[in-house]
Design a protein around this ligand. Structure first.
Ligand code: SAH
Length: 368
């Protein structure tokens, strides 16, 4: 079942003003709302018992009224190569999602999931193979970052919504998540340090341009024309490139933010120089930055990574045309690196060895 944020009782997904309203309803002063918000989003409290400046009876009332939605680590893999940490988290209903922590010279970055599974069907992506389970709540998106910050003991400075799921397919929850994450009374992560990646849902991009946000928008392009794009991404049949690029232009002009275009290079599919030239032609008029990602092969598909020579040649051709390009540094190569791979492997293994309800029950128990 796909469900958006409508739950009045998910207090960790509420804006400060909404908590103030809730407190009014139980005859509590407004400053209690500020205290609770601070406990949830700055002290990263997991239960009301930790809120030591609230009376015991209020803590009990809150505990009865508001279940706290979060994520609980099931597995953590740490890369021996670069310290990248990949987390498998369980949600309260037993579903599993994954998140990644990466250390860069400019700070610590977390890549979060926005949905359990995905329904976009991109051919090279592991997250979408079993379809969409459900949208994540704002609280569940936030808690991936909160749990990782507590586990590492280091401040998270950058957040990328590039894990499993299509963020613009969970639009309202995404917006709430961004506003909570960047609020000064919360973790106060600058919107400039938040990147949202989309496969190209045009109405979502247009709507997002009107929200007054300073986030970076990344577009998964992966092809310089509709014919190739359609073989890789079903969404390309719904929104052709000319409509997508027009929406991107509108986004860049309205927000004043530079866009990123992601291009996963697949050997023999989208990586030759003719395609590089076609991409250069498209983006010349557009502006923006290109991020080249040698495709991460997944076992369910036979797509192969472009070789280094092809990647470099592709990059040089774009640069010759005045386009700003980087090659995505591969992090955590020794742990299940690509989107959705860790989760997929976990689900496959557990389907093989024990039935799913049993596994979900076990996770639910661990979750308390
Ligand atoms: N749904 C969003 C965000 C999720 S994935 C989107 O489509 O943008 C983040 C990026 O990783 C996307 O550009 C996606 O196309 C890419 N990706 C997914 N699987 C990949 C793989 N196996 N190899 C390389 N890139 C991949």
């Amino acid at each position: 079942m796909v469900k958006n944020f409508t739950d009045k009782w998910d207090i960790k997904s509420m804006m400060a003003e909404e908590i103030t309203e809730e407190m009014k309803a139980i005859a509590q002063p407004a400053f209690r709302a500020r205290q609770i918000y601070g406990w949830l989003h700055q002290h990263l409290a997991d239960d009301f018992g930790q809120m030591s400046n609230l009376s015991l009876s209020l803590r009990e009332t809150l505990g009865e009224r508001y279940p706290l939605f979060g994520v609980k680590p099931v597995q953590v893999q740490v890369s021996k190569l670069d310290g990248t940490r990949k987390y498998l988290f369980a949600l309260a209903d037993g579903l599993v999602i994954e998140s990644v922590w990466m250390k860069y010279h400019h700070g610590n970055s977390v890549c979060i999931s926005s949905q359990a599974g995905c329904r976009m069907g991109c051919r090279f992506c592991a997250s979408t193979i079993d379809g969409l389970e459900r949208n994540l709540r704002p609280s569940e998106m936030l808690d991936q970052i909160y749990q990782i910050q507590k586990d590492t003991g280091e401040r998270v400075s950058n957040v990328v919504v590039m894990g499993s799921g299509e963020p613009l397919d969970n639009y309202d929850n995404l917006l709430r998540f961004i506003r909570l994450l960047s609020s000064p009374e919360g973790l106060n992560i600058s919107q400039r340090n938040i990147t949202v990646s989309t496969c190209g849902i045009v109405p979502g991009i247009k709507k997002l341009s009107q929200e007054g946000l300073a986030i970076t928008l990344a577009i998964s392009l992966h092809a310089p024309n509709d014919a190739v794009r359609q073989t890789l991404m079903p969404i390309a049949r719904k929104y052709p490139l000319d409509e997508l690029l027009a929406a991107c232009k509108e986004y860049a002009e309205t927000t004043g933010r530079r866009m990123t275009f992601e291009y996963s290079l697949v050997k023999g599919v989208n990586d030759n120089l003719r395609e590089a030239a076609e991409l250069a032609g498209l983006l010349k008029r557009q502006g923006g930055h290109v991020n080249l990602i040698p495709v991460n092969p997944i076992k369910e598909r036979d797509y192969v990574q472009s070789d280094q020579k092809a990647v470099q040649a592709f990059k040089h051709l774009l640069e010759k045309n005045g386009i700003n390009v980087t090659i995505r540094r591969e992090m955590g190569r020794d742990i299940d690196g690509a989107c959705g791979q860790l989760r997929k492997r976990f689900l496959d293994e557990h389907d093989e060895y024990e039935d799913k309800p049993q596994m979900e029950e076990r996770i639910r128990k661990n979750h308390r």
